[in-house]
Design a binder for this molecule. Structure first.
Ligand SMILES: Nc1ncnc2[nH]cnc12
Ligand SMILES: [Zn+2]
Length: 338
């Protein structure tokens, strides 16, 4: 293995932007379809992969929501989560804060508890077997209305001690954060952390709204903040974490290629950027693939990569003590492999 590849694989890191439904590999899609007797419109794994050509976020979302239909039982959600953790154990991931989209499932008649219990079982097993800690973040689908988001928050009540926070995902343009101001206020009152996708395709104004109206603790993507220097200064000043997803940005045509990805510019501007995979089964790589792609595309130094890994813990929802322990491990690794 190339020296930099090995360095990246061994670098302890957290993943902070991962949609668990987006880790559904074509092989798993076929396996779940077969065991649940769900028809799928593809004849082979190759045919599924060939369909993963997207021109924008909506193109992807249409196929992503269709793929999720094979997930039916608690066992499916457990297996899905466990397969993700088994895969990223090879990538140096020691902690992950994973998103799930309950409405994608409850709207198909799958009870909230089937989804939550299955994912939590996979997370618990991963912690025991692989030593990877994790937290769960409930995302509201922003193309649906406020009432549906409130209904979902109510359904989540029995699991609140196992849910770290709420997020906002799905079709961004036309669905500004302001639409969910009251839901996020209710979530905050329940003691939940808040994150939101903003500035992936939407304008800098949506990032302002996520900060001002949703009081987010972390910003998902945030790329288009770079168009607004005052916003960049605000994000840098407040040490706001950005969960950047390079291969996703390229696959969804928001960035032309990793060779022109702004990850190094973000770091130079003092932004707390992190590197994540978003929907690895659909975008061509897990978290270490994302580190490798930008390391090559932007000629990042080992020091930059260490900064990105440090940022992943600094931006996590772990306790200060846990963060300090992880940072010490990153620093020890960096020193040993300088
Ligand atoms: N990149 C993304 N943006 C918005 N919603 C998503 N759901 C899954 N991946 C997403
Ligand atoms: Zn995302």
């Amino acid at each position: 293995m190339h020296d930099l590849d090995a360095f990246i694989a061994g670098l302890p890191k957290a993943e902070l932007h991962l949609h668990i439904e987006g880790s559904l590999e074509p092989e798993q899609m076929f396996a779940f379809a077969q065991r649940n007797n769900v028809p799928i419109p593809f004849a082979s794994v190759e045919e599924v992969r060939a369909a993963y050509e997207f021109s924008n976020l909506q193109d992807f979302l249409d196929i992503y929501y269709a793929g999720a239909d094979v997930l039916r039982t608690e066992e499916d959600f457990r297996d899905l989560a466990l397969a993700y953790f088994e895969r990223v154990a090879e990538d140096g991931v020691v902690h992950a804060e994973i998103f799930f989209d309950p409405q994608t499932h409850t709207h198909r008649g799958i009870p909230f508890g089937v989804v939550a219990n299955g994912l939590l079982a996979g997370m618990d097993e991963a912690e025991q077997r692989l030593g990877i800690s994790s937290k769960l973040i409930l995302c509201f689908l922003r193309h649906l209305d406020e009432e549906d988001a409130f209904k979902t928050l109510t359904q989540a009540q029995p699991w609140l001690d196992r849910i770290a926070g709420v997020g906002l995902d799905s079709s961004e343009v036309g669905h500004p954060p302001s639409k969910f101001e009251r839901v996020f206020a209710a979530a905050a009152a329940m003691g939940l952390k808040r994150v939101a996708h903003a500035g992936e395709e939407g304008p800098p104004a949506y990032v302002h709204e996520a900060l001002d109206l949703l009081a987010v603790d972390r910003l998902d993507h945030g790329n288009r903040s770079l168009e607004d220097p005052a916003l960049v200064a605000r994000l840098a000043r407040s040490s706001m974490t950005l969960t950047v997803c390079p291969l996703s940005n390229v696959k969804l045509c928001n960035v032309a290629s990793v060779d022109v990805h702004p990850i190094d510019r973000m770091l130079e501007l003092g932004l707390r950027a992190t590197v994540n995979s978003d929907d690895p089964a659909y975008f061509g790589g897990y978290v270490a693939d994302n580190y490798r792609a930008i390391a090559r595309g932007r000629a990042l130094s080992k020091r930059d990569l260490v900064t990105l890994a440090r940022n992943s813990f600094l931006g996590s929802f772990l306790s200060d003590e846990e963060v300090a322990t992880h940072l010490a491990r990153v620093d020890a690794y960096a020193e040993e492999h300088a």
